[in-house]
Design a protein around this ligand. Structure first.
Ligand code: PMP
Length: 295
């Protein structure tokens, strides 16, 4: 199916082609006023569906968007979209905007949120080979600005950082925070490994990624040492290994940072890739053939 043939759900109604659209008066379009989730369907199974919806609910609370996420109802809509598009492996995107209103920032002009559910095929965002990173001069949104817990529709820091990566011939960029510590990549969290310890920045300015949490949990369950800690650019340059994590990206080995090559041997990254692959294949929530799955 091409993009125009893919079904999406808008406020629960399946639509395709030119009907698969929101109004240009929607404040999600006018002001980036909204938030979203991105999760994966692997071989007919959703990975950590309820955790993604819990994060969506937190985003909505922080933005003060009056939409209660009903896990069962959302699951039913997502399953209808997945089935309509005949997908077994997909990226699922759930977007909730402030809704349609007259122009003007005041959210009170929007009586009801818009809810969009999309599901489409997507290969791992950055591929599976080691990627080259640059450290961007674009700072991640400061903690006192849009809270990093909000997976908001405003990705402009990531967009600008990605353009710097493109200009440098790299695959992706790392953003620092207002204290010059490592925050995250443009659409993925970051880990470094040193002396066998898996280290990742706090979520002070980085999205609390569900893949990041999964990697921390898998490592801890396997008796590996983890550390959630401030990291400097020097920590990237001197890492034994470095990798990115995300629903869209998966586990991505990092080959170089600012042109400095990291060691070619990546035993911990390889272990994480295997453990994450097994975890995603073992997720329990499947798309029901008869739509009867209940939480
Ligand atoms: N950081 C950013 C900025 C992202 O867009 C994403 C992708 N959602 C992530 C991190 C990774 O989060 P997750 O593992 O929940 O997909």
């Amino acid at each position: 199916l091409t993009q125009s043939e893919l079904s999406v759900a808008i406020d629960g109604e399946l639509r395709t082609g030119r009907d698969a659209a929101l109004s240009v008066w929607d404040h999600g379009f006018l002001y980036g006023d909204g938030c979203f989730e991105g999760l994966r369907l692997f071989d007919g199974r959703f990975f950590r569906f309820a955790d993604h919806l819990a994060r969506l609910q937190r985003s909505l609370r922080i933005l003060g968007i009056a939409h209660e996420v009903d896990v069962q109802a959302t699951y039913d809509v997502v399953c209808r979209v997945v089935a309509a598009n005949e997908l077994t492996d997909a990226h699922v995107r759930i977007i909730v905007t402030r809704g349609q209103g007259t122009p003007g920032i005041d959210p009170r002009v929007c009586p009801s949120p818009s809810v969009v559910v999309m599901a489409y095929p997507m290969p791992p965002l950055l591929g599976t080979d080691p990627v080259d990173l640059v450290v961007s001069s674009v700072r991640r949104k400061a903690p006192g600005s849009v809270d990093a817990q909000v997976k908001s529709l405003n990705y402009l820091d990531s967009v600008l950082a990605k353009q710097q990566a493109n200009a440098a011939g790299a695959h992706d960029a790392v953003m620092l925070d207002d204290a010059h510590c490592v925050s995250e990549a443009t659409g993925a969290n970051l880990f470094v490994v040193r002396d066998g310890v898996l280290r990742t920045p706090t979520t002070r300015s980085a999205l609390p990624g569900i893949t990041r949490r999964t990697v921390l949990e898998l490592a801890e369950a396997a008796g590996r040492r983890t550390d959630v800690v401030d990291l400097t650019v020097g920590d990237l340059y001197t890492a034994d290994e470095c990798f990115l994590t995300g629903s869209g990206a998966g586990i991505v080995p990092v080959g170089s940072v600012d042109g400095r090559r990291l060691p070619a041997s990546r035993p911990v990254t390889e272990w994480v890739t295997g453990a994450y692959g097994a975890a995603t294949r073992g997720s329990e929530l499947t798309v029901p053939a008869d739509g009867t799955h209940r939480f």
